[in-house]
Design a binder for this molecule. Structure first.
Ligand code: 13P
Ligand code: SF4
Length: 302
């Protein structure tokens, strides 16, 4: 059994040998973040994967993110160190369910959150992320928009558009458990602190927050702000990065124990094994890839 330092050294050796790059989502374990060549939000990571020259991408995140990387970089090998690391919210809608649902709303375009499978993206008109969801919806000509799968992000978009948003009933279990009670308690425990929450949070939490930001925007805002005390309403893993980059500021979880267990399935051991065996790989069938890419490219063009 190798210790952590040996394991890291072996991973770096193998990474060179395989001409690989390691990318990690903001929610990954600290040791994975420390090892990664690039850390970011869902879309930043896939765009980075497409940009770099490396032939192999070790994707430390969840399955839909690795699929998105494979869609944007079809010539590269995308390794997901644990195939069981899926996003429960992305799995709340299948392509068949979306096809059936759309039939009830002829003529309405489908906007899909990036947290969806490639097969669902292939059925959508345009994709969006938590950073650009409002812009994407407002860029469409239609007055009524179908949105999948997150009802909380759907209701957040509804606050910022005159269009009617018809949402699928999905949610992220990590953000959905936040409540107005957590906001009240945080205000008492950290008077003077700002509260930042992710738009996957329920409406009552959005109502009580100072800022609503995607993880990528939290990272940028933390560098810019003069605030020294900040309560973070998203998956706790991001706090490691925020503290590391801003040691003079204090970050507190809105609710401790807010953990996405699938994100934590990626461990150093699994990264090592993936680089050694070049498995498990994530691929997207060409017909699905072509249609899903259309939805992603449309978003990027906006
Ligand atoms: P972003 O990193 O794009 O804000 O998404 C958060 C999330 O829950 C990813 O699974
Ligand atoms: Fe999915 Fe939520 Fe986990 Fe992100 S934090 S991967 S949205 S379950």
């Amino acid at each position: 059994m190798m210790n952590q330092e040996e394991l890291k050294a072996r991973i770096l050796e193998l990474k060179e040998k395989r001409r690989a790059i390691i990318v990690a989502h903001n929610y990954q374990l600290p040791e994975i973040q420390d090892l990664a060549d690039f850390i970011g939000d869902s879309l930043e990571l896939s765009r980075q994967a497409a940009r770099v020259e490396a032939e192999v991408i070790v994707f430390c995140g969840v399955h839909f993110m690795a699929e998105t990387a494979s869609i944007l970089a079809p010539g590269k090998i995308v390794l997901l160190p644990d195939l069981q690391a899926g996003c429960p919210m992305a799995n709340m809608i299948t392509a068949d369910e979306l096809r059936e649902w759309k039939k009830n709303y002829p003529g309405r375009p489908v906007v899909c959150y990036i947290n969806t499978t490639a097969a669902v993206k292939a059925e959508a008109d345009v994709c969006c992320t938590s950073s650009n969801a409002v812009e994407v919806v407002n860029s469409l000509e239609n007055e009524e928009i179908l949105f999948v799968p997150d009802k909380n992000l759907g209701s957040y978009i509804q606050r910022h558009t005159i269009k009617k948003i018809i949402s699928w009933d999905g949610f992220c279990y990590v953000h959905h458990q936040f409540s107005s009670g957590d906001i009240r308690r945080s205000r008492e425990e950290h008077p003077g602190a700002q509260i930042w929450v992710h738009p996957e949070s329920p409406p009552e939490v959005i109502d009580g927050a100072d800022l609503v930001l995607s993880t990528g925007k939290m990272v940028k805002e933390a560098r810019k702000t003069n605030q020294r005390e900040i309560v973070i309403g998203t998956e706790e893993g991001i706090i490691y990065r925020l503290k590391k980059e801003n040691p003079e500021k204090n970050f507190y979880p809105l609710k401790s124990g807010s953990i996405c267990f699938n994100m934590k399935k990626i461990t150093l051991n699994k990264v090592y094994r993936a680089l050694e065996s070049m498995e498990p790989r994530v691929t997207v069938p060409p017909d699905i890839r072509a249609r899903a890419l259309g939805a992603i490219e449309k978003m990027i063009s906006i």
